[in-house]
Design a protein around this ligand. Structure first.
Ligand SMILES: [Fe+2]
Length: 223
């Protein structure tokens, strides 16, 4: 426990509360039918076999990425429907005015389960998300960083880590788990320690809205 001296004062503070200001909302859930992941994997493997998308050079650690418009493929519709429904719920929860919303980009990575991916954000969209399709045991987790992380010039040591003092959120890869987050949130894939006989497969996507944003001096027509 902390050894902080307490001063006994005749006046004390009442009606105390802690306000959690400006939170970063992360939404997550799990697909009710994991066989959807297997159907998606089969389609992605076909794309890979056909040479669509980009692959790491011969001899490098495996990293294949599909084209970034796979939301248009009929075989992806089952997953696209879930993403669209859930994105609608997220946008409603955030009370975002809009005419409609859509998936602006969607792609998949088939990679060595231990491969790192550098810190990045997803530009030109409002929400981003992913769904884990294949997750070998001990494959790399997704790491999310606080957007305020680099504004701290004093970092005390902590008795324990909790939601109020952590700058890092670790999402362990779990087949069928879907995440949605604000697109400005920096994230990365940490190195894994999995057996390399299996690959880690993730589908990622970005969400945008349509409609007129009626903000004085910041009016924007999104079609
Ligand atoms: Fe990403």
């Amino acid at each position: 426990m902390l050894d902080v001296p307490r001063r006994l004062s005749p006046v004390e503070l009442t009606q105390k509360q802690m306000l959690a200001l400006f939170p970063t909302p992360m939404f997550t859930g799990k697909l009710s039918d994991l066989s959807l992941c297997d159907r998606i994997e089969a389609k992605l493997r076909r794309l890979q076999k056909l040479g669509k998308g980009t692959s790491s050079p011969e001899g490098a650690v495996l990293a294949y990425m599909t084209p970034d418009n796979i939301q248009t493929l009929p075989e992806m519709k089952e997953l696209v429907d879930v993403i669209m429904d859930e994105a609608g719920i997220v946008l409603d929860t955030l009370a975002i005015k809009r005419k409609s919303h859509y998936i602006s980009n969607m792609w998949a990575n088939i990679a060595n389960p231990n491969r790192r991916h550098n810190v990045h954000i997803h530009p030109n969209c409002l929400l981003s998300g992913l769904v884990y399709i294949k997750t070998p045991r001990n494959c790399g987790p997704t790491i999310f960083m606080s957007p305020r992380m680099l504004t701290k010039n004093i970092e005390p040591s902590y008795v324990r880590k909790n939601e109020l003092n952590s700058d890092i959120f670790v999402s362990h890869a779990e087949k069928g788990r879907m995440l949605f987050w604000p697109s400005h949130l920096p994230h990365a894939v940490e190195q894994g320690t999995a057996n390399e006989s299996e690959e880690r497969i993730v589908v990622a996507f970005n969400i945008m809205i349509r409609g007129l944003v009626e903000l004085p001096t910041a009016r924007l027509e999104l079609r």
